[in-house]
Design a protein around this ligand. Sequence first.
Ligand code: 5GP
Length: 130
Amino acid sequence: MASIFTKIINGDIPCYKVAEDDDHIAFLDINPNAKGHTLCVPKKEVDKIWDMDKEAYLNLMDFSYKVATAIESSVPCERVGMTVIGLEVPHVHVHLIPLSSMKNATFQHKVSLEKTEFEDVAKRIGEHLK
Ligand code: 5GP
């Protein structure tokens, strides 16, 4: 069965898209640790990151770098953290999280955003992509 992220990639489920290329998509996490929390996802569905072939892994890191630097330029924070977990969604994704304190990195404290806040931050990050 297709993962929830494949359904997003195929346009069957909506998302707040931040960036896309032929092989990847970046969209806001629907239950963010902090405003601007973004997921970078390879379009090819693979469960675990270490099962990716090396070229695909490096391409995902390159895509994530572009998105992370755009977040750092557009979302107020101390720095942008990167985490890979995958316990909830078995489709490789890189979490990029604007960090102001350790609290933002724990996945125990969530922020609640209005639709317009998701739209605004997705647009702002998108405008800072190089
Ligand atoms: P993980 O698999 O790394 O433990 O966590 C999966 C992440 O995906 C969670 O932070 C969760 O909020 C996010 N997520 C789960 N379902 C959806 C969805 O349908 N849309 C979006 N944008 N994010 C989702």
